[in-house]
Design a protein around this ligand. Structure first.
Ligand code: ZN
Length: 143
């Protein structure tokens, strides 16, 4: 990974064989980023996407075991249980230009992953919501 900072935003280049979620969690910890918006393009060797079933309050997951373009990746960073919490959705394109998308569980960088991250410079917490079964952003807890 390499990165550059300008004011409150970062350009981050993730390299081949770096896992996207884990790498960005580490980046946020080591740069004291408590909350942020981020987006990226690039390519992955494989990825795993999730779909949340609100009625069952659980995710189902699908592993994509081939190289894919990151056609679009967008998400945010907040805090949950004292740690960075990354919520990212992504659309991937295959060699036939077909797209598939969803909630990003894991993805391994292929050629590169070019991330732009804007630090919100506040602490935004997530709080468990029993109605959805998810840890939702709690804007009342911004400090
Ligand atoms: Zn999601």
């Amino acid at each position: 990974m390499q990165f550059a900072k300008s004011k409150n935003s970062y350009v981050i280049r993730l390299e081949k064989d770096e896992e996207i979620i884990e790498s960005l969690e580490k980046f946020c910890k080591s740069n004291a980023v408590k909350s942020a918006n981020l987006w990226a393009i690039g390519a992955v060797l494989w990825a795993e996407l999730g779909f949340y079933h609100l009625d069952k309050k659980e995710y189902s997951f699908k592993k994509l075991n081939s190289p894919l373009e990151i056609a679009s990746l967008i998400g945010n960073v907040s805090q949950a249980d004292g740690k960075p919490f990354l919520h990212i959705h992504a659309v991937f394109a295959d060699e036939n230009f077909n797209c598939i998308g969803g909630h990003l569980k894991e993805a391994m960088v292929g050629a590169t992953c070019e991330v732009h991250l804007v630090d919100f410079e506040k602490n935004i917490e997530r709080k468990y919501d029993s109605e959805t079964g998810l840890k939702l952003l709690d804007c009342a807890l911004i400090s």
